[in-house]
Design a protein around this ligand. Structure first.
Ligand code: KIV
Length: 277
């Protein structure tokens, strides 16, 4: 019998692991990430060279048609993650923990285990700052890889009162740096930073050793992520300032995905028009 992991080590492009992502940060190689929700798009995104694929609870908005991510359930993420896992060869698969699925350490661990065992996730992502330290510690203690999502937290939209740029005032920005450090110390393997001024993105990147993946967080972070349908110009209506339509000038969906990965790798995306100050 040959273990799949061992067999894949001989591939020209071996599968991405947490160590690959850390090495990319150390080497200054930008990490290209996209969301995906099904096997066909997962295949395209993987072929295009994305390093990390997130099954985000953004699926509540772009797949299910809700106004927010709040209605998404653990069962929804498992269903989509399992489909995405079948389409991937190389990219690292992260599964999102939905709203209220990690309110206690025990509940978080139960749901994270389901996302990994049933959904095929290699890491789970949860939203929250220092308030989630106990949860992250508990998951890390059980060797569950964790991505901690700070900055704009879409699951808190009703508490915050909208999707807004975060960290514009000094106190909020300092709190974000403290949160990133606290989450890293608790065992988080990646920090995802959404919708903050570029200078805050840079400060967070410099304050932790783990990779910092940005969405609307400027050009200085270790990697970029976009919601796939935003990047491919599928999303209807107003899109956030940080979105670029990579289908412009692309002849196919595969080209659009490849164009995104290239632009992240050569740092032509994000450009100043996609950034906040
Ligand atoms: O759910 C999601 O797709 C996300 C991205 C916006 C990063 O969290």
């Amino acid at each position: 019998m040959v273990y799949k992991q061992l067999e894949q080590r001989g591939m020209p492009q071996p599968p991405v692991t947490v160590s690959t992502l850390r090495a990319m940060k150390s080497a200054g190689e930008p990490i290209a990430c996209l969301t995906a929700y099904d096997a066909s798009f997962a295949f395209l995104v993987d072929e295009a060279g994305a390093d990390l694929v997130l099954v985000g609870d953004s699926l509540g908005m772009v797949v299910q048609g809700h106004d927010t991510t709040v209605p998404v359930t653990v069962a929804d993420i498992i269903y989509h993650s399992r489909s995405v896992a079948r389409g991937l060869r190389r990219a690292f698969l992260v599964a999102d923990m939905p709203f209220m699925s990690y309110t206690t350490p025990v509940q978080a661990l139960d749901n994270a285990v389901r996302l990994m065992q049933e959904g095929g996730g290699m890491m789970v992502k949860l939203e929250g700052g220092a308030g989630q330290v106990r949860i992250v510690e508990h998951l890390a203690k059980h060797d569950i890889p964790v991505c901690a999502h700070i900055g704009l937290k879409p699951q808190s939209v009703h508490k915050v009162g909208g999707f807004r740029v975060q960290g514009r005032d000094g106190a909020q920005a300092r709190q974000m740096l403290d949160d990133a450090r606290a989450l890293e110390n608790a065992g988080a393997d990646i920090v995802l930073l959404e919708c903050v001024p570029s200078e805050v993105g840079k400060a967070v990147r410099d304050s932790v050793a783990v990779p910092v993946i940005g969405i609307g967080a400027g050009p200085h972070v270790d990697g970029q992520i976009l919601v796939l349908y935003d990047a491919l110009g599928v999303t209807q209506g107003r899109v956030p300032r940080f979105v670029r339509n990579f289908m412009e000038g692309a002849g196919s969906l595969a080209d659009g995905c490849a164009s995104y990965v290239r632009a992240v790798k050569d740092r032509s995306y994000p450009s100043p028009q996609h950034c906040f100050s």
